[in-house]
Design a protein around this ligand. Structure first.
Ligand code: CUO
Length: 737
């Protein structure tokens, strides 16, 4: 019945060809595929052609409209008729050249994006939305289009069931070694699809082990982590229609999601025998961390700029992007934010002061520092975070004298690759911490759950010793073909190696002296010792706890044994979603082969394969923390009773679409504030409803390759010194058959 209704709806919306039904999903995928190729060229495995009215074609194609139509339509293609409409004026959007780099951190680009989002969200019917998108797509900058169209799809009520493909399919050049594309083109041009073999992305292609920071490359350059960050910023755009930007606790989630990234990065650094990240505190100091991304921008036909060690930020003045600001301004804005924090209130444009309250102060600050359309007083508090991204991304050419475009830190899809990202966000996090330090400290009464206590906690990885987590390397494959404009059709597969861990269970024993009741469980993980190998003081330890999961349970009177599977984590999206194929009609399965209940693809969520830090060969000493509290007070039970919206599975870092953030406590609770008087160690912080347990994270330096069904092999050693300066060459292809 539902299917019939949907088909009737699509027919009515004109998105369905009367011979073959085509879903809005397919049309959306077509619009996001091969972003610089015109819409009239076939897209996807189904060879979909958006049959636009002749006046939609760019002038150069118009005269040959009929010939082009005949040339690209054959038996293997299907035309989807697109209705001609009067499209709103898009002349402003054309100010960004088609072959320029687009960045949401650049205010002018952000304004253009906001205008585009406004147009696309404002289209009254689905049919008009599709039509306007097809018209705009071939005219404006592809980066701008993909961003604006994706935000519109995520926020229009009629596109709720449309699943965005991962950006790595649309713009694979932002995610994988640029050297690979030359080979991919050769394969696509010379070999037919059946003869093409996956191209191997080397593990160590951006630097060598001479660079200590390179030990973290597997984290910074992870495909899933970068996709998460891109998608998070799509859901929480800086600018656009009010209802799109003004989401529940948006500023606070900006703080928390990025705080968790820093905590995870610090944990990961410690596993690699590196100290926690240093804040980018003094904007005039040379930046020690170099980064050369080895990515080639397909849109701009340029390499993303690298940054040598010792780079110094300089004032930015680039006319083309209407960018003009001094580094001293960044400093002034930061000073003003600190001043507000110490005073406990923010100056508003009308001369009044708004208190930074215990409940909303953090949300205010998040919107002030990022900033977004919700910033309380941008005139005074400026644009600290965004323009710091911009200043660092243009450190190599701040006045555009070399006609260079920005580095990876200037794009939310690539920013996390660069070590300096973590230095910037560590500084930003420091500002939030300063505010948190002014808030009342949690009392034992606030933290406790009377009558409920945790009597034991342990972790179990199948067929492993108790309290041991296991990590290893794994290979996976992505299809680059949907992002390879003007190339022959068919899959172009690339194989890469990423960190993964074995699935595990957390077991918690709880004594409930009261009635049956609903409770909320929070799980965190942290390194057991500090960099010196000594016990942490709580004020430092609290900052490196990474959230593992948060879930409700029904407590029975007396003893309860709670068992939670790692794949259920509220922080992550399943492995299959990060590396999915939306065109295949197979039912999606979870890690253990079961069918996922809710076939939706939000894309936001920490990748499941990066849930657990790498650990160390000998077993990195860590602690797991559990807290159980009253769901009546802490959890939005109304949300739990509604049908979970898309993204609900990764609510901790991403929120839930169209719903309030489900946790009523401050994000990061109970580690978000200074402890009560007398608490020095983490053990002293515990109330009876909390527990700490020792866990060892053991890393095995082996590669699992599910595609060749090979037995685990040793991870390839770094290339010999003599080869390290040469372009990365892929290892020989595995034998076929
Ligand atoms: Cu996510 Cu700075 O906000 O990158």
């Amino acid at each position: 019945m539902q299917v019939l209704f949907f088909a009737v709806f699509l027919l009515a919306a004109g998105i369905v060809n009367s011979q073959k039904p085509y879903k809005l999903q397919d049309v959306a995928l077509s619009l996001l595929e091969r972003p610089t190729e015109p819409v009239f060229m076939p897209k996807g495995e189904k060879g979909l052609i958006l049959d636009v009215p002749p006046e939609y074609l760019a002038t150069k194609y118009r005269e040959q409209a009929t010939a082009l139509k005949n040339r690209f339509s054959d038996g293997d293609t299907t035309q989807v008729p697109i209705k001609g409409i009067t499209v709103p004026d898009i002349s402003a959007l054309l100010t960004l050249p088609r072959r320029a780099q687009f960045s949401t951190f650049v205010p002018m680009h952000r304004q253009l994006a906001s205008r585009l989002i406004g147009i696309l969200i404002g289209m009254r019917t689905t049919e008009d939305f599709v039509s306007a998108s097809a018209y705009i797509r071939d005219r404006i900058n592809p980066g701008l289009f993909v961003y604006g169209f994706s935000v519109a799809v995520l926020h229009r009520p009629d596109t709720k069931d449309v699943h965005l493909p991962p950006l790595s399919e649309t713009f694979p050049d932002r995610f994988v070694d640029g050297a690979l594309f030359v080979r991919a083109r050769e394969e696509a041009n010379i070999l037919d699809e059946t003869a093409r073999t996956p191209l191997e992305i080397p593990v160590d292609y951006t630097a060598t082990n001479l660079e200590l920071e390179h030990r973290l490359a597997y984290f910074r350059e992870d495909l899933g982590i970068n996709l998460h960050h891109w998608h998070w910023h799509l859901i929480y755009p800086f600018s656009g229609p009010r209802e799109v930007v003004n989401k529940d606790r948006r500023g606070e989630l900006f703080y928390y999601m990025h705080q968790q990234i820093i905590a995870r990065y610090d944990f990961e650094r410690m596993c690699n025998r590196l100290p926690r990240v240093k804040r980018l505190q003094n904007f005039n100091d040379p930046i020690d961390e170099a980064y050369f991304p080895k990515l080639n921008s397909q849109v701009a036909s340029r390499n993303w700029a690298g940054r040598p060690s010792g780079a110094i930020l300089r004032d930015v003045n680039r006319e083309a992007d209407q960018l003009k600001f001094d580094i001293a301004e960044l400093q002034r804005w930061r000073d003003r934010v600190f001043e507000s924090i110490h005073r406990g209130s923010v100056d508003m444009p009308n001369g009044t002061r708004l208190a930074l309250t215990e409940r909303d102060g953090i949300d205010f600050l998040g919107n002030m520092i990022e900033p977004s359309d919700l910033s309380p007083n941008q005139q005074l508090y400026g644009n600290l975070h965004n323009l710091l991204h911009v200043a660092v991304s243009l450190v190599h050419d701040p006045d555009q004298r070399h006609l260079e475009t920005f580095g990876v830190i200037g794009d939310s899809a690539t920013a996390m690759r660069d070590p300096v990202f973590y230095r910037i966000h560590s500084m930003v996090n420091d500002i939030f911490t300063e505010h948190k330090n002014t808030l009342p400290r949690y009392t034992t009464q606030q933290l406790d759950f009377p009558g409920v206590r945790i009597t034991g906690i342990s972790v179990q990885t199948p067929s492993s010793a108790q309290n041991v987590l296991e990590t290893f390397w794994q290979k996976n494959t992505v299809d680059l073909s949907r992002g390879m404009d003007f190339n022959p059709r068919g899959a172009v597969l690339a194989r890469f190696t990423h960190l993964n861990h074995r699935g595990f269970q957390v077991n918690i024993n709880v004594e409930n002296q009261g009635q049956a009741r609903q409770a909320l469980v929070r799980l965190f993980l942290a390194p057991k010792f500090d960099e010196r190998g000594q016990e942490w003081s709580f004020v430092d330890h609290k900052n490196v706890f990474i959230e593992l999961d948060k879930f409700t349970v029904n407590l029975q009177p007396n003893r309860n044994n709670i068992v939670r599977e790692s794949r259920m984590s509220s922080v992550t999206i399943p492995f299959e979603r990060t590396f999915r194929d939306l065109e295949q009609n197979r039912p999606p399965t979870n890690a253990s082969g079961g069918v996922l209940d809710d076939f939706n693809f939000c894309g936001c969520g920490w990748p499941q394969h990066m849930l657990i830090p790498k650990g160390s060969p000998e077993g990195f000493p860590s602690v797991i923390f559990a807290m159980i509290s009253d769901a009546q007070t802490d959890w939005d039970l109304r949300a739990a009773n509604r049908r979970p919206g898309p993204c609900a599975e990764a609510a901790s870092y991403c929120g839930i679409r169209d719903q309030a953030y489900p946790d009523r406590r401050a994000m990061g609770y109970p580690f978000d504030r200074l402890p009560r008087t007398g608490v020095v160690t983490t053990a002293q912080f515990l109330t009876p409803n909390m527990a700490l347990g020792d866990v060892f994270i053991r890393h095995s330096d082996t590669v699992i390759d599910p595609f060749t069904q090979q037995r685990p092999t040793s991870r390839p050693p770094p290339r010999p010194q003599s080869q390290q300066n040469r372009p990365a060459r892929p290892p020989p292809r595995p034998n076929q058959g």
